[in-house]
Every structure is written in structure tokens, then in C-alpha cells.
Ligand binder design. Structure first.
Ligand SMILES: [Zn+2]
Ligand SMILES: [Zn+2]
Length: 652
């Protein structure tokens, strides 16, 4: 008999060799239907996490703790989707005999398989028949069977099949036994884990095709990457497709173009965004918004250059850690003189701290900068404004005494929650990342300080009413942190806002302040960025709102539209009055129908339209529409007051 511990702490004895599926079935037949995989952690294993994810059919031979994994668990989704890649491979083998296979992993949403279809050119038009075949095979309730075979035998199998890709993968494995998995007539070299059988796969959608170099190497052949996603229920696929369709409409790269906010130029360089006038107006408004709030919290503005001497980053440790993967040093005519493009603002801020003697009375010292930084990202990783090589952080660093950590953390949480409220990110979660308690030696800073900081974060979060998930072992080596995840309007999750404690940089830069007793003490540093970066925040906000920004943030707040040229003069007068009241208004009196002009303006997502015709000219009024809905007829002065009131409400 073996003892198995469940997540609630209860322990039960089972026959040696019992499977996860049998355990689930013993608890309830319904659970057995829902469970997809099992996480197993041997008794005595003190590492963090649920343990190794395994096949439900695999015998459990030793005392351990287990977690039965269902669709809701990310690990189970990975097993589900990876198993689906095997199912797709089987279908491809049926439809395209002779197809060869590279790798087929699960990804964040679904799976892919890299395949070599020889001379056959696959297109989207092939998707329905592949999907149909996958569902037919799934209904056969094929078991995913794990088989151990000697390496030589595996090699022989794939040589006979003529699959050079699998042969290459096998040749790199250590000698001894390797694992195969079969489902139906398809055999794959794989370590697993997989589902019990194909029957749980109820809905299939192939989503995209792409070229992929074998092993990411441009000098090797190109394979076809087929992407797909599967679900245990048809209704889940339907929901997913609705979200996908909506996500396409909200893609910030599409909106950025339509709203004329930003662009990219290969001649300027990949991943280097160019902010257009309308985008720049929006960006300045974002900065203004945060600056105002930061002033209330006692932040002091600083400005630092876009480059720094290499020595600065050697001191900070960034050069040793990231130097090779960064933009390489800039050389000057002076022999041996080297500068780096700034990858982060913190080292510069540390030097500002050092520029004067500091006393405990100066702390907390809060330095804020909209600092543009440069990081080299692989070209394949670049994506719109979310992954760029140049971006501006809404950065700030607080230098505090250890006793001030908690209070300062509370203030930062308050600020981040204010940002979420104003931008209507109503659904968010927070994760506290702490040390791995079993591996304390890999972290810098004293035990006492770590405990203080970790408790400060946990208590500050609790006092601010934040619901948090605590993750052990997720802290950076230099300090614990608090990360925020928001859910956007269509349910997608984005990481926004980070607060990070740092013991490392104050040490490396030998930062000191004079304590009340006259002794020299080291301050603790907090890094924080509620937006993350202006670029990333803009992208997330556009996708969250579909481009329908609040009035205060819109580049064009009001478009004044005369019904015909006859009313242009009055429209100009209205526009002038609005501009004089600090409203960003412009006129569109092109010789086009009103309908056509409104349609074109809708692409720019101008929130408020002021329409003037004969009646309006006579009465000195405008007909107001906000976000497509009638907001009434107003005198021009009333309209200004109404606009100011709208903005005040948005910012309240
Ligand atoms: Zn597999
Ligand atoms: Zn920093």
C-alpha cells in the first residue's frame, strides 16, 4: 500500500500502482469524467508547486501528494492541447500520407505542429477536412498509450518511416529507454503527459498557418506550422471564436492605424514606434494625468539622458546579466570610451540619490521620470506596441528606510488602483511573489530584511483590500514583488503594474543615509510603474476600449460638422470658442455628405460630434452626439460646460 496526500491535507492509502483515474473514480464518477491529468509530488519533496504533471493512466508507485487537474487548471489545458497536436498529426497522416513531423507543443491558446508536407501546399481551405478527420478520430476513443522502447528501436522505427526530423531528435537523447506515445495508428516520440483518450476532445478549430524553420535555424529547411485549438465542449469553442473575432476588431495595431496614433518604419528600425501627432497628444495626456497624481503623492521629477557609460551598467550588474543580449556599446572618437543605450532608469536614479548627502529626514525620497529605455528584442518577438525595442516607462523609484516599506507600498497600491478605476479595469488580480523558502541562499539581502519586506507587501495588500495570490519562489533574486493582472472588456488577461522591492542596487551603488542615531544606513529601493510603459499601456487600453477613449484622453475631443458649406462660418466660430476653452476641437467642412463624413470620423473614434445646420445657426446652438448617441441641442456655452462636466466625471 502507498499513502497519498490530497490538496486539503487528507491522506488515504491505496494499492501500489493505482492510477490517477482510478483515484478520481473512487471519489466520484463525475470527477473521473472531468479530471484530465494528475500532478504528482513524491513524499519528502519540498520544492514549490504541485509537482510533475502525469498521465491519468500512469501507475503511481510511491508515497506522494497529488492534485487532480481539471480544465480550469493551466497544466490540464496544456495536456489537453498537446494531446490534440497528436490527434491532428494522426489526421494529417490519414489525409497526407508521407507527412513528416517536427515538434508539436501546447501553447498559450491551443497548440501547433511543425510538419513537412513534401510537395503539398497546404492552405486554409484544407482546414475543414482536417478538423472533420480529427473529430472522427476523437470519437473512436483512442487511448494515448505510453510505451518505453530502447533508443535503437525508436531510431529504427523513424528511419523506416523516413522521418529525418524525429531521427535527429532521437539522436540527441541519452542512450537507454525513451518513451513513445501512440494514439490510433499514430506513434510519436514524446515524453508526455497526455490525456487518457481522445474522446474528451469535443471541438476542434485550426486557426492559422505559418512558416517555421526547423529548430529555429534559418539555414535549415522550412516546415509548415499548423496552429489549432480544441475544447472539451462545443460551447467553449463558440465562445472562444466570438472573443477571437472581437479581438481582431480591437487589435491595437489596426486601431493605431485607423485612429492615426502611431506607425513604424523599417528605415527607422524594427520595433521603434513613431508617434503621430494624434498619438502624441494622447500620450502627453496620459503623462499629464499621472504627473498630477504623482505630485499629490510627493514624487519629485527627474530627467536623465538616454545613454549612460558602460561603467554605470557594470556597477548595476545589468551589463554582466544582459550585456550580451542588449544593444551593443556605443563608441566615441575617444579610445576605449563606451556608452550603452539606457535599458532601465534605475542606475541613473541611484546616482541622483548619491549626488547629495541624505538623511533619514529626506526619506522616503521618490524620483519619477517618464524615462525612455532601449532593449533589444528578437525581431520575431516584436509585436505592435506591446513588444518594442524603445519604450517609455512611467518609472519611479522610492528610497525608503526598512520601516517605511509598508506605508510606501500602500501608497503605491492606492495609486495603481486609482489608475485601474479611471481606465475602467474593474477586474484585476494581484500576485505576491516571495522567496523560495527552501532555497534562501540564492537571494541577496539579509533574512531579516526579506521577512520584513515580504510581510510589508502582504500586510499592505491586505490593508488595501486587495485579493492576492501568493507565489513562493517567484521573487527576483534582489527582492519580492507585487504584480497586477487586469482582465479587459473581452476577458483577456494583461499584466499591468508592478511594484518591486530591491536590496541589490542600493548595495551595488553603496547608497547611504544618516539615521536618527547618526549611523550610516542603507536605504531600500522600490521600483514601480503603474502603466508599465506608455507604449504597452496604450496598446492594452486600445484593445480594452476598442479605441473608444474617454473624452479627456481623446486626441480630437470634438469634431464640428456643418451640415453644408452654408454653415461653415458658424461652425468655425463654434470651433474657435471650444479651442479658447481648452477643448481639442476641429472642423470637418469638406464638401461631402454628412453621413460620409461621420463614417470617416468614426474611424478616428472622435467621441463627441457637434452638428450645425440652419436651426442651430439661428438659435446659436449645436446638436451634440456622444459615442453615436444623441446628447441633445445646447447653446455653445452650455456645450462647453457639458464637456467639462463629462471630463470631470470621467476623472472622478
Ligand atoms: Zn506528446
Ligand atoms: Zn527601476
Amino acid at each position: 500500500m502507498i499513502n497519498i496526500t490530497f490538496p486539503d491535507g487528507s491522506v488515504r492509502a491505496y494499492e501500489k500502482g493505482v492510477t490517477g483515474y482510478e483515484i478520481a473514480k473512487g471519489i466520484s464518477p463525475r470527477l473521473a469524467e472531468e479530471v484530465l491529468a494528475v500532478a504528482v509530488k513524491p513524499a519528502g519533496d519540498t520544492t514549490i508547486g504541485k509537482g510533475e504533471t502525469r498521465d491519468l493512466n500512469r501507475p503511481i508507485e510511491e508515497d506522494c501528494s497529488i492534485t487532480l487537474l481539471k480544465w480550469e487548471d493551466d497544466e490540464a489545458k496544456r495536456v489537453f492541447w498537446h494531446s490534440s497536436s497528436h490527434l491532428m498529426a494522426e489526421a494529417l497522416e490519414d489525409l497526407f500520407p508521407g507527412v513528416k513531423f517536427g515538434i508539436g507543443p501546447a501553447i498559450e491558446n491551443g497548440f501547433y505542429y511543425d510538419v513537412d508536407l513534401g510537395s503539398h501546399q497546404i492552405t486554409d481551405a484544407d482546414f475543414p477536412k482536417i478538423e472533420k478527420r480529427m473529430l472522427e478520430l476523437a470519437r473512436e476513443k483512442q487511448d494515448y498509450t505510453r510505451i518505453d522502447v530502447p533508443k535503437a528501436e525508436a531510431m529504427k522505427h523513424f528511419e523506416e518511416k523516413g522521418d529525418q526530423y524525429k531521427c535527429e531528435l532521437i539522436s540527441e537523447l541519452e542512450d537507454g529507454t525513451i518513451t513513445y506515445y501512440t494514439n490510433g495508428h499514430f506513434t510519436d516520440l514524446c515524453r508526455g503527459p497526455h490525456l487518457r483518450n481522445t474522446d474528451v476532445i469535443k471541438a476542434v478549430k485550426l486557426t492559422a498557418l505559418a512558416g517555421a524553420y526547423w529548430r529555429g535555424d534559418e539555414t535549415r529547411g522550412q516546415l509548415t506550422r499548423i496552429y489549432g485549438i480544441t475544447f472539451p465542449k462545443k460551447s467553449m469553442l463558440d465562445e472562444y471564436l466570438v472573443v477571437l473575432e472581437e479581438a481582431k476588431k480591437r487589435d491595437h495595431r489596426k486601431l493605431g492605424k485607423e485612429m492615426e496614433l502611431f506607425t513604424f518604419s523599417p528605415r527607422v528600425g524594427m520595433g521603434l514606434p513613431l508617434w503621430l501627432p494624434r498619438g502624441s497628444v494622447m500620450r502627453f495626456e496620459l503623462e499629464k494625468f499621472l504627473r498630477k497624481k504623482q505630485n499629490e503623492y510627493g514624487y519629485l521629477p527627474v530627467v536623465t539622458p538616454h545613454i549612460g557609460s558602460k561603467d554605470l551598467y557594470v556597477t548595476s550588474g545589468h551589463y554582466a546579466k544582459y550585456g550580451k543580449d542588449s544593444f551593443q556599446p556605443i563608441h566615441t572618437p575617444q579610445e576605449g570610451e563606451e556608452y550603452m543605450l539606457k535599458p532601465m532608469n534605475c542606475p541613473h536614479h541611484c546616482e541622483i540619490f548619491r549626488s547629495a548627502p541624505r538623511s533619514y529626514r529626506d526619506l522616503p525620497l521618490r524620483m519619477a521620470e517618464f524615462g525612455t529605455v532601449y532593449r533589444y528584442e528578437q525581431s520575431g518577438e516584436l509585436h505592435g506596441l506591446t513588444r518594442v525595442r524603445s519604450f517609455t516607462q512611467d518609472d519611479a523609484h522610492m528610497f525608503v528606510t526598512p520601516d517605511q516599506l509598508k506605508g510606501e507600498f500602500e501608497k503605491v497600491i492606492e495609486l495603481i488602483l486609482y489608475v485601474f478605476k479611471i481606465f475602467k479595469f474593474d477586474k484585476y488580480t494581484a500576485q505576491v511573489s516571495l522567496r523560495d523558502p527552501n532555497n534562501k541562499s540564492k537571494y541577496i539581502g539579509s533574512d531579516e530584511n526579506w521577512e520584513k519586506a515580504e510581510n510589508a507587501i502582504i500586510e499592505a495588500a491586505a490593508e488595501m483590500g486587495l485579493k492576492t495570490v501568493v507565489e513562493y519562489g517567484e521573487a527576483a533574486f534582489y527582492g519580492p514583488k507585487l504584480d497586477f493582472m487586469v482582465k479587459d472588456a473581452i476577458g483577456r488577461k494583461w499584466q499591468l503594474g508592478t511594484i518591486q522591492v530591491d536590496y541589490n542596487l542600493p548595495e551595488r551603488f553603496q547608497l547611504e543615509y544618516t539615521a536618527a542615531d547618526g549611523s550610516k544606513q542603507r536605504p531600500v529601493m522600490i521600483h514601480r510603474a503603474p502603466f508599465g510603459s506608455i507604449e504597452r499601456f496604450t496598446a492594452v487600453l486600445l484593445e480594452h476600449t476598442g479605441g473608444h477613449l474617454p473624452v479627456w484622453l481623446s486626441p480630437d475631443q470634438v469634431k464640428v460638422l456643418p451640415i453644408s458649406e452654408k454653415y461653415s462660418d458658424f461652425a468655425k466660430k463654434v470651433c474657435g470658442l471650444l479651442n479658447n476653452s481648452d477643448i481639442r476641437a476641429s472642423i470637418d467642412d469638406r464638401n461631402e455628405t454628412l453621413g460620409k463624413r461621420i463614417r470617416e470620423i468614426s474611424l478616428l473614434r472622435v467621441p463627441v460630434l457637434a452638428i450645425v445646420g440652419e436651426k442651430e445657426v439661428e438659435q446659436g446652438t449645436v446638436s451634440v452626439r456622444k459615442e453615436g448617441a444623441d446628447a441633445g441641442v445646447m447653446k455653445v456655452e452650455e456645450f462647453v460646460a457639458w464637456l467639462k462636466d463629462q471630463m470631470a466625471q470621467e476623472l472622478a
